[in-house]
Design a protein. Sequence first.
Length: 388
Amino acid sequence: MKLTHLLLPLGLTATLLAGCAGSVEPQYPPKELQDFTPKVSLDERWDQGIGEGLGRARYPLTPIVDSGTLYAVDQTGDLHAIDTDSGETQWEVELGTPISSGIGADSSRLYIGTRNGEVLAIDRGDGSIDWKSRVSSEVLAAPQVNSELVVVQSVDGAVTALDRLNGNEQWVYSSSQPALTLRGTGAPRVIEPVSFAGFANGRLVTLDNRSGQPLWDMRVAVPKGRTEVDQLVDLDGQPVLTQDGRLFVTSYNGRLLALEATSGKVLWEHEESSYLTPLVVGNYLFTVNEASHVIAIEADTGRVMWDSDTLEGRSLTAPSFVDGNIVVGDYEGYIHLIDASTGEMNGRVEIGGDGLTLPLLTGNQRIYALSNDGTLVAYDLETLSDRN
């Protein structure tokens, strides 16, 4: 049995998992939006249509921005390269296969996973396919790269390392899969010597990139209860690695952990259920839990600085950061800006587009949002505090 938090608004996941039948109230009903005095405005700079968007299954087709170009793909394989300043299309290609993952990249190529278990290496200059390689099953997590490898985590719990130049398989690591999982796969965190990968069995594994052998392995989330639904644990968020060697990991029905990356030693832990990738900004860690509370935590100590339930039940995206604000999207297609220091609401705009499930891209006082129906919009931020 395979359930998905991508087929329904994320706020309804708990209801789906708890009931699997019938019509019941969600565990976290979405709160109505409250009026506030905005401190930031979001002014639309340009918009584009990206094919058919994420499809009914809400495939996690997260775009990327790099060197003045935004790359975005729809679920049919319609791939766009867009100038971030003007919004004009630099090139557009049809890949000819259904796409299921977000986009990974290095300086010369894009890497995308497909529903039939292929990985495509695509030239960033014109969208031509340089190589294809098959892995064990459908790919939902964006492929990750280092100087030699493309590391791909597929939905069956396998992690496959491919040669970055030609796509040849270098090694495969397979994990055990529980009978019931969330439909989602956390992308591994890949650096030169190792890859950190979380799995649907609640375990986090550090893999030697030379061989694929595990260096250390620990349980992040422990199954509890009598039924498979009660025992559901999953690591769907990507581990976050800091420059000083700390690793932050979220888990569904589990814990938020701060670890020493070299050994797996627990530095601190916080009981919090989340299937989203956390965000580190300076000495703050920001996370969105399964109830759609936005939480700020002191990264050194694990102390909660603030916990905002203003957007509870609104199926928020993973957090992003821009100009002192945490940025999240919700199931109705609203973008919310939250003061990173206080947790107070600073700004809001509605994109619509059948809602937002992908994390927002940010940079240079700019937000890029790709909605579920394929509406791509760039917004510029303007601070209103100095206005009369």
